[in-house]
Design a binder for this molecule. Structure first.
Ligand code: F6R
Length: 612
């Protein structure tokens, strides 16, 4: 039996899990707890440490078994899970050293099988695991729309359900996901020792934690997809006592969230009243989803099509009125060129130098063509995603002085170049690419701002916390541009990623300047995800000619044509943008909203003061 608990945010989720563990330890002081690493459980460990410090829990008899460890990996390495566990939990509580078990990444290859058997036996000797904490790996849909991802422990897609503790090879998706903890992606180990799926399934209780929209597909497939080894977490559907602890982002693709009418009774009369008042309502969503599912225009939906949502409460007489009303509401959202604003000061925030063109390149071009004063602020330099060889290949564009140029090329080749100098050159490459890309869309160079927020400038994947300096830089650009419209990324629950940090910085800057009331804020989804058409406020359709322009602009980001941080999705960014805009277009064509082939989607930010 799987229970699903959806929290409002990451912190609330972390607290709930910590409370379950605390109760377990209070009820059974010598509980056996299975711990996980990664970014997701960090909040939970913080809560456990707080509880310990307040005297609420005692770890003196607790036994722990960790899921996994990289191999080969020295226990003292800051990348090791031994280090991680000490850093986040064990150093701060009264657990006994001899009660801690973490797979040993120092073990010789020839000894691994024996060692893994020992680990399994040790778990059994302690009476099995009372609560096993799990995270879940990311994933992607392959060309056949099959989902591949959702690892648990380091049991990658394809791992047999009867697997036990063993040495495994990490997938490129996992290496790329976990590179955020390492200096460079090349440093991420290729192997790990992990508890097997059968080992995990023997735990008496399992709590899987997932936070953020980038986990939403894995969560959806694990809970609602078929049980398949391509999604290892899907086996949890068969476990007798599992809880999926999710925040809003991670739960956002679940059927029960998207189509609540399939799970709970909806008061459709109330929803109808909301629709009549042009308020947000479930009927609009229900009609869009039904039309997509039936491959019918909304105007053609009949009472039979709507039976599954129990719409009979709204009588047959109303069906015509209902369809009309919903179509009217939707049509208001469709912003053809002639309906877009003109003569406005618009500030686009692009976290990396290519998010703007990838996500809303067509909208930028149209707004610019309509005589709006479009400014674009690139928040971070994106320099860690540039290869050394790109610097050499583009050296003529970034350095004029021949002597200096030769010296730099030699220094890069010999590896003696000073790190900051190299990072500056890489940032320069991305700036030039951004000029070229926005140039294709018609935006002048003088309208671009390169903020190079310091939180990003570590030269490595791990970022610094946001400080006042980051916030003040954003405030300065807001003050200079004095925008009437802001266009910014709209990911939710991304406390660890660059986009999440950029959003937090903008939010804090807006809050300090107290200008929310004068602003319209438009949100777009970042490079990996897209909104669904039922959740947006503006649908911006466009034709093939503009799609081609947008692709041309994206391709100006030459250093990103074969991205360093690609994950498993083999498509280049221009192709992802094309697919995403085309899917939007197709869905809109099906439901009868536009006949254009492509569309970009924008959601309005509703300012609830305590929300930012
Ligand atoms: C951790 C582990 C992994 C992570 C998963 C999610 O011990 O084995 O399965 O739980 O990769 O990682 P984060 O939380 O970093 O997204």
């Amino acid at each position: 039996m799987v229970e699903i608990v959806i929290s409002n945010d990451y912190w609330e989720m972390s607290k709930k899990v910590a409370e379950i563990i605390a109760n377990q330890i209070i009820n059974k002081p010598d509980s056996v707890i299975g711990f996980a690493t990664g970014s997701t459980p960090i909040g939970m460990y913080n809560e456990l440490v707080k509880m310990f410090k307040c005297g609420l829990i005692d770890f003196s008899e607790v036994i722990t078994f960790n899921l996994d460890e990289y191999w080969p990996m020295s226990k003292s390495s800051p990348y090791s899970y031994h280090f991680y566990m000490k850093y986040h939990l064990f150093n701060h509580v009264n657990i006994k050293e001899e009660n801690i078990h973490i797979p040993n990444g120092e073990i010789e290859l020839s000894e691994i099988n024996k060692y893994c058997e020992w680990y399994e036996n040790k778990i059994k000797a302690h009476g099995g695991i009372d609560i096993q904490i799990l995270g879940i790996g990311g994933g992607y849909y392959d060309e056949n729309r099959r989902y591949i991802g959702g690892h648990i422990g380091f049991n990658e897609p394809g791992s047999p359900f009867n697997s036990r503790t063993r040495l495994v090879k990490l997938s490129e998706q996992t290496r790329s996901d976990n590179s955020k903890f390492f200096l460079r992606i090349e440093d991420v180990p290729y192997y790990a020792i992990t508890m097997g799926i059968a080992t995990i399934m023997e735990a008496k209780k399992i709590i899987l934690l997932a936070s953020g929209e980038h986990k939403a597909n894995s969560v959806k497939e694990a809970l609602e997809g078929e049980i398949t080894s391509l999604v290892p977490a899907s086996i949890l559907q068969k476990h007798v006592n599992t809880i999926f602890m999710l925040d809003k982002g991670a739960s956002s693709k679940l059927k029960r969230v998207i189509m609540p009418w399939l799970y709970i009774n909806i008061d459709w009369r109330l929803e109808w009243e909301k629709a009549l008042k042009n308020e947000e309502n479930l009927l609009e969503k229900a009609l869009i989803l039904t039309a997509i599912e039936r491959k019918k225009k909304i105007i053609e939906l009949n009472i039979d099509d709507l039976k599954h949502i129990n719409i009979d409460k709204i009588t047959v007489d109303n069906i015509e009125k209902l369809r009309r009303k919903i179509i009217n509401m939707l049509e208001l959202k469709v912003m053809e060129y002639h309906k877009l604003p003109m003569g406005k000061r618009i500030l686009v925030f692009s976290p990396h130098p290519d998010d703007d063109v990838i996500c809303i390149g067509a909208t930028i071009k149209m707004l610019n063509d309509k005589g709006n004063d479009i400014r674009i602020a690139y928040m971070v330099s994106g320099n860690i995603a540039v290869r050394d060889s790109d610097v050499i290949d583009n050296i003529n564009d970034i350095i004029e002085n021949k002597e200096y140029l030769d010296k730099i090329v030699n220094d890069i080749k010999s590896g003696s170049i000073e790190v900051n100098e190299l990072l500056n050159l890489k940032a320069k490459i991305r700036e030039i690419e951004a000029y070229k890309a926005t140039g294709v869309l018609g935006v002048e160079k003088s309208k671009l701002y390169f903020l190079r927020l310091p939180f990003y400038e570590t030269g490595v994947i791990i970022k610094k916390p946001i400080t006042n300096i980051d916030i003040e830089i954003v405030m300065k650009v807001l003050d200079e541009v004095k925008p009437e419209i802001i266009i910014m990324p709209g990911e939710i629950d991304d406390p660890h990623g660059t986009h999440g940090k950029c959003i937090e910085t903008i939010n804090e800057a807006l809050k300090r300047m107290n200008i929310e009331d004068e602003l319209q804020v438009w949100l777009y989804k970042g490079g990996w995800e897209e909104y669904m058409i039922y959740e947006v406020d503006m649908i911006i359709p466009f034709n093939k000619e503009l799609m081609n322009k947008k692709i041309e602009a994206i391709k100006m980001h030459k250093s990103q044509l074969t991205p360093l941080f690609q994950g498993l999705d083999p498509r280049p960014f221009w192709k992802r943008a094309l697919d995403r805009n085309q899917i939007n277009g197709k869905l809109l064509n099906i439901i009868g909203l536009t006949d254009k082939e492509y569309a970009e989607l924008i959601k309005f930010r509703k300012f609830e003061k305590d929300n930012i």
